[in-house]
Design a protein around this ligand. Structure first.
Ligand code: AMP
Ligand code: TRP
Length: 328
């Protein structure tokens, strides 16, 4: 049976993936393989916009792709590649930049946040980050883009650029749709901020059961529960929210909810329970990851093969774009 269309997503090489990446994006990367032709990209050029990362690019690429494969990404049907291995994206980026109003870029909340985070390195690439992302998506003519909620403004930007391009030069690029999971924004162990490596409030998928327990024990719960006997409010507790996605038993969650409200279960006990379920949930993942890691060349072979296949699609789109734009 034919597939419904093409999926594309990218992620910066941040190394081992965390529960935020998993619940917000990776679960969809894997699930969408059933119905779509999928293309997944390690966006190493995007990573250069924050220069602090660059000495680890190789190692972080390896660790991230190992996680993707262990989570069920299948390099048979699915194309997995590194952005800079398909240089056509930089050419499309330049062409798209000509239909991008400066004001749109400077207004994006993601840009403003970066300016706050790295005031000494507000480079041109940072401003153009969403244009390069639009080039990623449109180079592969993606219909659907699975991402976490934080990428919403970038997706909306891409859609606007596509409309502008098509309006100027005639129907050429596909306007993509954003695809969220049922948990589009995962909070970190602090219970307040988005889970992210840079805030060190994350839990990695590949981590050992001991480390999972250690991390989970630091999680912030309902602040109203000062004493073991204080009744809790599971609806505002991140341990409770996360536990729902990793419990093998839906009834247990109903019980925990009631026992937290009546203070029949304490936070420490609940955290230990959650840590056990989390460690068990990812046991097959850890085993598969160790198997894959036994052949250190495997990841690089997958990426080399992916680049060859990605270039075929990229060359086609770029040729069409150049013709429509009128480049001789
Ligand atoms: P990043 O590691 O920031 O490049 O993100 C890779 C993918 O994971 C993107 O689709 C993000 O939107 C998603 N993601 C990262 N952190 C979270 C989070 N805390 N909650 C939900 N999705 C996330
Ligand atoms: N901006 C995305 C992030 O920070 C990464 C990304 C780059 C991307 N190009 C993309 C995501 C294309 C989806 C599609 O996570």
């Amino acid at each position: 049976m034919g597939k419904k269309g093409r999926v594309f997503s990218g992620a910066r090489p941040t190394g081992r993936q965390h529960l935020g990446n998993y619940l917000g994006a990776i679960r969809n990367y894997v699930a969408l393989q059933d119905d779509y032709d999928c293309v997944y990209c390690v966006v190493d050029l995007h990573a250069l916009t924050t220069l602090a990362d660059t000495e680890y690019l190789r190692e972080h690429t390896y660790e991230m792709v190992l996680d993707w494969l262990a989570a069920g990404m299948d390099p048979g049907p699915t194309i997995i590649f590194v952005q800079s291995h398909v240089p056509q994206v930089t050419e499309l980026h330049t062409i798209l930049s000509m239909v991008t109003p400066m004001g749109w870029l400077a207004r994006l909340p993601t840009f403003k946040e970066k300016v706050r985070q790295q005031p000494d390195n507000v480079n041109y690439g940072l401003l153009g980050y969403p244009v390069l992302m639009a080039a990623d998506i449109t180079l592969y003519q993606a219909d659907v883009v699975p991402v976490g909620e934080d990428q919403g403004p970038h997706l909306e930007f891409t859609r606007e650029i596509v409309r502008r391009f098509n309006h100027h030069f005639g129907d050429t690029l596909v306007e993509p749709e954003m695809k969220l999971t049922d948990v589009p924004r995962v909070l970190g162990t602090d219970g307040v901020n988005k889970m992210s490596k840079s805030l060190n409030n994350h839990i990695e998928l590949a981590t050992s059961p001991e480390e999972i327990l250690e991390r989970v024990m630091t999680m912030v719960t309902d602040p109203a529960r000062q004493y073991r006997t204080d009744p809790g409010h599971p609806e505002i507790c991140n341990v409770f929210h996360l536990h729902q996605h990793f419990s093998p038993d839906a009834e247990a969650i109903v019980q925990i909810e009631a026992d937290c409200r009546s203070a029949a279960i304490g936070c420490v006990e609940h955290k230990q329970w959650f840590a056990r379920d989390l460690a068990d949930y990812f046991a097959p993942f850890r085993a598969r990851r160790a198997e894959l890691a036994a052949d250190p060349d495997h990841v690089w072979e997958v990426l080399a093969d992916g680049a060859v296949r990605a270039r075929v699609i990229a060359a086609q789109t770029l040729a069409e774009v150049k013709e429509k734009v009128g480049l001789p």
